[in-house]
Ligand binder design. Structure first.
Ligand code: UDP
Length: 475
């Protein structure tokens, strides 16, 4: 690595959502730790989400700073401070945040013109960055917070419209390293979105992903051959920034979350953790099916429900459900934010019923927890395939329809029977869980190896910095 080379001025631009912002801020920290000068460009409220971390990085002697730009709240009609999709609970608010992500273009261009960086690394959602970088002649790499496997699925589906002519699935996806099937087809809105995202990679030097090489095995080559662009796997970033030490949950920690205390009292591998991420809003009917399905499975559960404002009436649960579950010591229901990474690391967790958000998927893999998959929206239908058909570290429950947005109410529900079957086949001692669990542990070992010194993600980070130093900005 060119430690002796002059540090590069690198600008990164995270998108306004937790699942995008957290891994790109982590990437900024990792690149800064390699003696580069990194500036994160963001808006006031988003900056507050990570200002403590940046102070810690500065105190450690790393050259990392934040450049604040305006969030065009008045222009898009949002209250001051609502700048992140996490604060949205409907399509209208989310649409305004997306519009704001377009409206910041002139201010960013001004900043780039006045203080040109050596390299610009925006999130893939800023599709306008393609023309900006071209006009200003600034080398650009794209940060894509999902996996290259997903991008390959998107490319394969776009190239083979003939595979999707029938009205109902399953649909075979041709041309990929594995024979894969999608039970339902991508919605036209999602297909249009992904097309514009993939197009925005044009003219870039390549893509950086929050994943590790071993997870995308076969797909990196497929992508590089197809596009001629390079891929850098620098992830899981959450493990890399933690300096690869196992997380310790202190028994006497006063601030210990109630979910962890409850888990301490359970048998190893006995509990199913249920969560649908930070954005997904399930219909009352779907929540009811989930409750019936998990009870019928006869397995213990820790279920986190994020209810939006005005949704806190409890008519989505069977009568007396919460009380009964408590009395019978069958399960715990939590309405609110939980420390997911710590929960997944707890020895009592034996499975994760998940919406397959990319961060949730990578976190489950990092903890060696097998999944029961029930995708909610967007790329999560692809993540399910990586889990159940490529690496076989989970059981597929599937989804009844394809949603573009987490706020779209689904018309059809996944039945309680399907959920019960999925949970049982992973958790029952005579089910297929044993082999799946073994493979999940093996994948965890690969993830941890990738982030150690000499591991694939650490090597990729070094190669990325070398590439920027010598190819993007020749001395
Ligand atoms: N998360 C958490 N506690 C919660 C809900 C979510 O810590 O109660 C974290 C989770 O660990 C993950 C992120 O929020 O890192 C959600 O990202 P993901 O891609 O899984 O799903 P999204 O919320 O974007 O649908």
């Amino acid at each position: 690595m060119g430690i002796e080379s002059k540090p590069l001025k690198i600008y990164m631009l995270p998108f306004f959502a937790q699942g995008h912002l957290i891994p790109l801020v982590n990437l900024a920290r990792l690149v800064a730790s390699k003696n580069q000068q990194v500036t994160i460009i963001t808006t006031p409220s988003n900056a507050q989400l990570f200002d403590k971390i940046i102070e810690e990085e500065k105190a450690a002697g790393h050259h990392i700073r934040v450049h604040i730009i305006n969030f065009p709240a008045t222009q898009v009609g949002l209250p001051i401070g609502v700048e992140n999709l996490f604060a949205a609970s409907d399509n209208q608010t989310a649409g305004k945040i997306f519009m704001a992500a377009h409206l910041i273009k002139p201010e960013i261009e001004n900043f780039l013109k006045q203080n040109p960086p050596h390299v610009f690394i925006p999130d893939i959602m800023f599709t306008w960055s393609e023309s900006t970088a071209k006009d200003l002649q600034i080398p650009r790499l794209v940060f894509n917070p999902i996996s290259i496997f997903d991008v390959c699925m998107i490319q394969a589906i776009q190239s083979h419209p003939e595979a999707f002519v029938l009205d109902s699935g399953p649909y075979q996806i041709p041309g990929l390293p594995h024979p894969l099937t999608l039970p339902i087809k991508p919605s036209p809105g999602f297909a249009r979105l992904t097309e514009s995202l993939i197009k925005a990679e044009n003219g870039s030097h390549g893509v950086i992903v929050n994943s590790f090489n071993e997870l995308d095995e076969g797909y990196t080559e497929y992508y590089e051959n197809l596009t001629g662009r390079k891929v850098w796997h620098v992830g899981p970033t959450s493990l890399m920034v933690e300096n690869t030490k196992e997380k310790v949950i202190s028994i006497n920690d006063e601030k210990k979350h109630e979910s962890l205390t409850w888990l301490d009292a359970q048998e190893p591998n006995s509990v199913v953790y249920i969560s649908f991420g930070s954005l997904c809003s399930l219909s009352n009917e779907q929540l009811m099916e989930l409750a019936i399905g998990i009870v019928a499975s006869n397995h213990k559960f820790l279920w986190v429900v994020h209810r939006k404002e005005g949704e806190d009436d409890d008519n989505w649960l069977p009568t007396g459900f919460e009380q009964k579950m408590k009395e019978k010591k069958r399960g715990m229901l939590i309405k609110g934010w939980v420390p997911q990474a710590l929960i997944l690391d707890h020895p009592s967790i034996g499975g994760f019923l998940t919406h397959c958000g990319w961060n949730a998927t990578v976190e489950a893999i990092s903890s060696g927890v097998p999944m029961i998959t029930m995708p909610g929206f967007g790329d999560q239908y692809y993540n399910e395939k990586l889990v159940t058909e490529v690496h076989r570290i989970g059981v597929e429950v599937g989804a009844a329809e394809w949603s573009l947005s987490p706020y779209d109410a689904k018309k059809t529900v996944v039945s309680a029977e399907k959920i019960e079957k999925g949970v049982k086949s992973l958790m029952d001692s005579d089910g297929e869980g044993g082999e799946i669990r073994k493979r999940a542990k093996e994948m965890k070992a690969k993830a941890w190896k990738a982030v150690q010194e000499g591991g694939s993600s650490q090597n990729c980070l070094t190669k990325l910095v070398d590439y920027l130093q010598s190819v993007v900005v020749p001395n």
